[in-house]
Write a new protein. Structure first.
Length: 464
């Protein structure tokens, strides 16, 4: 019999909270059975693209990597038909909530302290035997005490999945993705939209339409397990192609790179929307039939600049056109492994964001080969200014409960308006959120300790 997972979520009744009443009712009714594994929400995702891809096969439970090749990113929003969808992407590939669950891009995980070597879940596809050249997947990258860790993810598919916790077999060759160094425990999850069309790699969908997919997390191409990672969780629905059942295998008992039945077999029917949950993933056709948008000639680009402040990690990118003919079009820039699609306004593109760390190389991708990449140096680490953080809520909440006997308990994840740094009083209209680690007092005044403000790319945490 499959074991259950525990679920524990604090949600504010604030009027701007987007979670549904039905979901709240379900959350309150669930009792967990596995200590230390508490289902929690993460509100936002950060898109990253792999630097390299390779074929991979599984032998005796271990990945055997083929030759690596540079990855060429797809055209934004240019994808073919989906074969199986437990990811729910919008037209740009970003996570959305097509099923009306009231969660937007919020996804579930088991908290930053939970570590899994990977997961296996079943998939049922209406496109039996298809070759999938496009995939979306999402994960949480905790690492450990380090600022960054190399991220290598392996995904394969196969036949013959047991919902009765008797294992799975018949693995097809799959694909490995090397994302390079990724920031650890960024307070948001990572996701990637990968088009394999130009690589010649693909996934085989089950020949009878019913099989499984497996994802594993490593810190090297030699098969060293990542220090700490886990898949983000979502699910299928009647509105999207494909389906899956409530059973998932997690490499966590022990975490050794091998999935063992029945001790690593779990039930994921939590009564949430969607239900059941499973490792967040999709497969489909790549963009080989897509129509390319009109290319911007290099002669139309007058200037490309990038610089970064080492004290704050503030990254600035500037692209200047010769005139306003390209107003409203998209310029694409790679900042390390991060892909940025930036809108041309008039004849300029400006990007400014804080919290960048390391030495990301800034490359103008569209139009390509017009300028040499720019090497910038951002702050080495957050040092004493780095905040600890943990996602434990979905929406704006009071900082403390008035009148609590002996003062409020020490709580992680209380929410403060990022615009002002002040605690919401329950009557305001603050809809933003940040995650903080503070010791509460008896009132709702602004805490004396520092709070975190997360930049949009979630590379680091700045304190004011």
């Amino acid at each position: 019999m499959c074991k259950g997972k525990s679920l524990k979520v604090r949600v504010s009744p604030h009027r701007n909270c987007r979670i549904t009443v039905a979901a709240l009712t379900a959350l309150a009714a669930i009792t967990g059975q596995v200590a230390g594994k508490e289902l929690r929400p993460v509100e936002r995702g950060v898109a990253v693209a792999p630097l390299k891809v390779a074929s991979v096969r599984i032998e005796d439970g271990r990945p055997i990597f083929g030759p690596w090749q540079e990855y060429r990113a797809p055209i934004a929003g240019c994808y073919g038909a989906e074969h199986f969808d437990a990811f729910d992407p919008d037209h740009t590939g970003a996570p959305e909530d097509e099923d009306g669950c009231g969660l937007g891009s919020t996804r579930w995980f088991f908290g930053p302290s939970y570590c899994s070597g990977g997961a296996v879940n079943d998939l049922v596809t209406p496109i039996a035997g298809a070759q999938s050249t496009h995939t979306n997947f999402a994960w949480y990258w905790t690492c450990g005490d380090a600022q960054t860790e190399r991220c290598v993810i392996v995904v394969v598919t196969g036949e013959d999945f047991s919902e009765a916790c008797q294992g799975f077999r018949t693995a097809y060759p799959g694909v490995a993705y090397d994302f390079g160094e990724l920031a650890c425990n960024p307070g948001s999850y990572y996701y990637s939209n990968v088009d394999l069309t130009e690589s010649g790699l693909f996934y085989t969908m089950p020949l009878d339409g019913a099989g499984w997919y497996q994802v594993q997390y490593f810190r090297s191409a030699e098969g060293e397990l990542a220090t700490c990672a886990q898949p983000m969780l979502w699910g299928t629905s009647a509105h999207r192609p494909g389906a899956q059942g409530p059973t998932q295998y997690d490499d966590d008992n022990p975490r050794d790179g091998i999935f063992q039945a029945p001790q690593e077999c779990y039930a994921y029917a939590f009564g949430l929307c969607p239900d059941p949950l499973g490792a967040m993933h999709s497969f489909g056709d790549g963009g080989n039939d897509c129509t390319l948008p009109p290319e911007i000639p290099c002669d139309d680009v007058k200037k490309f600049k990038a610089n970064c402040r080492q004290d704050s990690g503030k990254l600035k990118i500037l692209v200047v056109m010769t005139d306003e003919r390209h107003d409203g079009e998209i310029v694409s820039v790679a900042a390390g492994p991060y892909w940025l699609d930036l809108l041309v306004r008039g004849q300029r593109v400006k990007y400014i964001d804080t919290g960048w760390i390391g030495e990301p190389q800034i490359t103008l991708i569209r139009p390509e080969e017009c300028f040499a990449p720019k090497d910038v140096v951002c702050k080495a680490d957050a040092g004493k200014k780095k905040c600890s953080h943990e996602i434990t809520g979905l929406a704006v909440a009071n900082n403390c409960d008035d009148g609590a006997a002996g003062g409020c308990p020490d709580r992680r994840g209380d929410v403060i308006c990022p615009e002002t740094g002040k605690a919401c009083d329950g009557d305001g209209d603050c809809t933003g959120r940040v995650d903080v680690a503070i010791a509460c007092s008896n009132d709702t005044s602004t805490p004396k300790k520092k709070f975190c403000k997360y930049p949009s790319k979630r590379l680091a945490c700045d304190c004011d």
